[in-house]
Design a protein around this ligand. Sequence first.
Ligand SMILES: [Zn+2]
Length: 178
Amino acid sequence: MSPQSHSTDMRTNSAAPELHSPPSSLALTRRQWSELENRVEAAYPLEACGLLLGNRHGDCARVARVTEGRNLCGADGRERFELDPVHLLWAYEQAENGGDQILGLWHSHPDRPAKPSVADLHGADAAWSYLILSVNIEGAQAMRSWRIHEGRFMPEQLRVETDADSWPKRSAHSKFRS
Ligand SMILES: [Zn+2]
């Protein structure tokens, strides 16, 4: 059996472990999951994009906030996106001032699978998660998270947790160093 199995069809959302996946995970709340779906559906047929802000503990990243930035590709943004650098700058600044860290970037693939394109690899940061949502005229279809591992995208575990009000409040205070 070849270890290079790649049965990553967008319709199969099976939780089967994939060989060589980095041992990392990204946790979202149900509310954040819905928010992302709403945003990509609203932008359809253009690509929507934004950032995932939160905290990373080892290989586990937990999203605290989902933000959306302008896609500077405008009407050309059916198959590409360019996140407004003003949005990125804002995110770096608030992180430097003790706010949530940038965990990664999310964007949509209208009428395409939730798999990274060659363009997505360009300039990708190994420290970030890349969350991709597949969307079509009927709505959001799939959501997958990816990390750069040995120069290519590998899927990471995507976990859906209960909504923020049931989370430990500890994380909200961790930005204030004691
Ligand atoms: Zn893409």
